[in-house]
Design a protein. Structure first.
Length: 184
């Protein structure tokens, strides 16, 4: 599967993406702190991760089901990914049968591609794909210090539906969690 929009392509995960993923998780992992600065970053075992993701590639390639993750490409360069999680009304991850909403996210893992609008284009295309294929409300979650994601949410027409004040704290800094919804 491949979706094209605004100079980026969203496509299925492939064997070629595995090494980038390992690098993004073990070396160039500052993108994790942009999204969740309160978590500690744990590295992955390369062999175990490669085996897991090779299984994932095989499973996806043989299916026409909804894609909960697509890779972002800009001019044949793998720069990040979009993903989705089925959640209940309390925003807790659940299975697709009990889900009341679909929470989506975008990660631009390659530093040189951040702040150029590629995340906005990727999330826009993915939100539309999700709305067309899932049939439940599309939401996203971010924190009060993630100005880039807050701008994307507003730009794409997501509306705030809930704010959890002081949900996380790190180094004496408090982070509110904000949930948004997009009505299609």
């Amino acid at each position: 599967m491949e979706l094209n929009y605004g100079g980026i392509s969203l496509r299925d995960y492939s064997y070629a993406d595995i090494q980038d993923d390992i690098r993004w998780l073990n070396v160039d992992n500052d993108w994790i702190l942009l999204d969740t600065p309160w978590v500690s970053i744990d590295t992955v075992d390369e062999d175990e991760y490669r085996e897991l993701m090779e299984f994932h590639v095989e499973a996806v390639s043989q299916s026409d089901a909804f894609r909960p993750r697509l890779e972002i490409y800009r001019e044949n360069k793998h720069i990040g990914f979009v993903s989705a999680y089925f959640t209940d009304q309390k925003h807790e991850i659940t299975d697709s049968k009990r889900a009341k909403q679909l929470q989506i996210s975008v990660q631009i893992c390659e530093r040189d591609y951040r702040g150029k609008g590629f995340g906005t284009h990727a999330l826009s295309a993915y939100a539309k794909y999700c709305a067309e294929n899932v049939g439940i409300p599309i939401t996203l979650r971010t924190h009060s210090q993630n100005l880039a994601m807050l701008k994307i949410a507003v730009k794409l027409g997501f509306e705030p539906i809930e704010r959890v004040n002081g949900a996380f704290e790190m180094l004496s800094k408090s982070y509110d969690v904000i949930y948004f919804i997009k009505n299609y």
